[in-house]
Design a protein around this ligand. Structure first.
Ligand code: FES
Length: 157
């Protein structure tokens, strides 16, 4: 049986934790959705993802390791080593496949653009050739006109 509301999945960020210095008593918000541009902390980008940040307040000021893959089972977002386990490795593979596929698409788009530019360049070269021929013909016509005028002038004398 399928449910209409599936648990939202975070976006994989990196296959290792973030090493951060946290101050005792200060509130931090760990990004749980993976969309923040200020990892590992929330920047509000989770809006619409159905995922909310986790509030962290530590009792001791020291260095901590916050989850970077976003698949930790720790309730506050601390690294639990899942990125080295089968589940984390599977998510990393999915992330790499997705990244590879979007790179492929970008590459194809760039190749199409390059091909269009080549066609435009060929068309411009053709126009340039025609313009050159017209210029040569115009010069020749002018020369013929001048020659005819001279011939006419000399024939009068
Ligand atoms: S931006 Fe990811 S939880 Fe807020």
């Amino acid at each position: 049986m399928s449910t209409s509301e599936e648990t939202p999945k975070p976006t994989f960020v990196q296959p290792k934790p973030y090493k951060v210095d946290l101050e005792a008593g200060k509130a931090y918000y760990w990004c749980a959705c993976g969309e923040s541009k200020t990892q590992p902390f929330c920047d509000g980008s989770h809006k619409g993802t159905g995922i909310k940040p986790k509030k962290i307040v530590v009792e001791e000021s020291k260095t901590y390791f916050l989850c970077g893959c976003k698949y930790t089972h720790n309730e506050l977002g601390f690294c639990d080593g899942v990125h080295r386990k089968e589940e984390g490795i599977r998510k990393y593979n999915e992330f790499l496949l997705k990244a590879n596929s979007s790179l492929k698409q970008e590459n194809e788009a760039a190749l199409n653009e390059q091909s269009e530019l080549k066609n435009k360049l060929k068309a411009a070269e053709r126009k340039q050739k025609i313009a050159n021929i017209v210029a040569v013909l115009s010069t020749a016509l002018i020369a013929v006109g001048i020659a005819a005028k001279f011939a006419h002038t000399y024939s009068k004398h």
